[in-house]
Design a protein around this ligand. Structure first.
Ligand code: FDA
Length: 405
């Protein structure tokens, strides 16, 4: 996208980062009559939207509310989320005649392609007369008496207000950077330690070795971690991989998992395994692995038994003591394991942590100590669950800021 306008220019608002939050903010501010410039260093527009939801963009969740977000300051997101709801975004999608469908649990996806959402945001920016600088690198942001001065690869840009919408650290290959965190530090804002979230969990190679044959097995589980106020649990699909665990269940719990802590998985959430195994014992001539294969997926029954209780699966259930059956059942109902780490920012869908919300105004996203400097979207310490929540935060924080700048 070519830069438009003079090389050195002055605007009311400079938005840095033309992703989900940045485009939404620029469009809203522009349509209010503000002179807005939108700056991005990437060659291709909004790559994260493009690859999201498997190319169909899970653009919101019907049920999104503050309880679906993690933050050091859980109340911070309330105001923006209540002022711009999934219904508001759906109205915008309807105005642009984008066809969509609900997958499950309130997750809304484009029927055709995530390109539809990018085109919609582009059109909204055009309607607001937004000027573009892209690709354009921002070398410095300085604050003076009359606002901010940006030194960029497209010349100097003066702006009364600056909005940082440069997203989180995941997937550097498509333009993610720590720019937002650096600017926050430069202006003295606190940062909540960032970490990969919505990310597969890994285990040390030796302890995972027995479970490697399960790679590819998927099933619905209950999964939990933490205790007290830090406790979280989900019922979702789990996927075994060569290096550890993935699938929606694990991505969800990874956002709550603390290094060194265990996770607990119920591999047969709708089955009373203790009662069923003991009942199957009466007159049972089958091997334990075969009996278990009637209760959970066969590969899981066989390989999990082989890994956790070597030799037991090939024994006839009638020959096994109740105690052993209880151990197997309880082991599957409360499989407790401690990940060694995560697949990191390369595979994470979002960053947990970011700009500490205690330093931001929840109505306007403005830094309390730096008038005119705003932070929106993923760079802020508000992290949504898997399922369209992170985009809803991008839209809602973008609109809140766009109405204020
Ligand atoms: P976003 O990342 O969208 O935009 C940031 C922009 O800033 C980018 O255009 C980048 O190029 C630019 N930028 C970065 N550094 C810069 C710098 N130094 N100078 C200038 N520009 C800079 N969420 C969801 O709700 N539903 C979903 O289906 C998915 N799916 C999904 C799949 C995958 C693979 C990933 C990695 C992530 C998702 N997400 C998701 C998460 C979602 O994509 C993410 O939370 C939002 O895009 C965040 O919006 P932002 O606008 O904050 O950042």
């Amino acid at each position: 996208m070519a830069a438009d306008g003079p090389r050195d220019a002055a605007f009311d608002v400079a938005v840095i980062g033309a992703g989900a939050a940045g485009m939404m903010c620029a469009a809203v501010a522009g349509q209010r009559g503000r002179r807005v410039v939108l700056i991005d260093h990437a060659r291709r527009l909004a790559e994260k939207i493009r690859i999201s939801g498997g190319g169909r963009c899970n653009f919101t969740n019907r049920d999104a509310g503050p309880a679906n977000f993690i933050s050091g300051n859980p109340h911070f997101c309330r105001s923006a989320l209540s002022r711009y709801t999934p219904r508001d975004f759906l109205a915008l999608v309807a105005r642009h005649r984008i066809a969509w469908h609900e997958k499950h649990r309130g997750q809304l996806f484009c029927d055709e392609s995530s390109e539809d959402i990018i085109r919609m945001l582009r059109a909204e920016c055009d309607a607001g007369g937004v000027a573009w600088r892209m690709p354009c690198t921002v070398e410095s942001v300085e604050r003076g008496d009359a606002g901010f001065m940006l030194r960029t690869s497209s010349g100097a840009i003066g702006a009364e207000r600056v909005v940082i919408a440069t997203g989180g650290l995941p997937v550097a290959q498509i333009g993610a950077s720590d720019f937002g965190l650096r600017i926050a530090r430069q202006f003295g804002l606190k940062i909540v330690e960032p970490r990969p979230a919505l990310v597969p969990l890994t285990f040390d190679a030796a302890s995972w070795q027995p479970f490697v044959p399960l790679a590819g097995v998927a099933l619905e589980v209950d999964i939990r971690t933490g205790s007290g106020r830090g406790a979280a649990s989900f019922r979702e699909d789990l996927l075994f991989t060569h290096r550890g665990l993935s699938g929606p269940a694990v991505l969800q719990i990874s956002s709550y998992w603390q290094p060194g802590e265990p996770i607990v998985i119920d591999l047969a959430p709708d089955v009373d395994l203790v009662a069923d195994l003991l009942a199957a014992k009466a007159g049972g001539r089958q091997h334990l692995a075969n009996v278990l294969a009637g209760m959970v997926p066969r590969r899981l029954a066989e390989q999990w038994l082989a890994a956790a209780h070597p030799g037991l699966g090939e024994q006839r259930i009638a020959d096994l003591p109740d105690k052993a059956l209880r151990q197997v059942a309880e082991g599957m109902k409360r499989w407790t394991l401690t990940p060694s780490g995560t697949e990191g920012y390369r595979k994470a869908e979002v960053m947990r942590g970011g700009v500490d919300t205690r330093g931001l105004d929840q109505q306007t996203m403005e830094a309390k100590a730096v008038p005119g400097l705003h932070f929106i979207g993923e760079v802020v310490d508000v992290t949504g669950w898997l399922g369209g929540y992170n985009f809803q935060w991008a839209w809602a924080s973008g609109v809140a800021c766009g109405q204020a700048v």
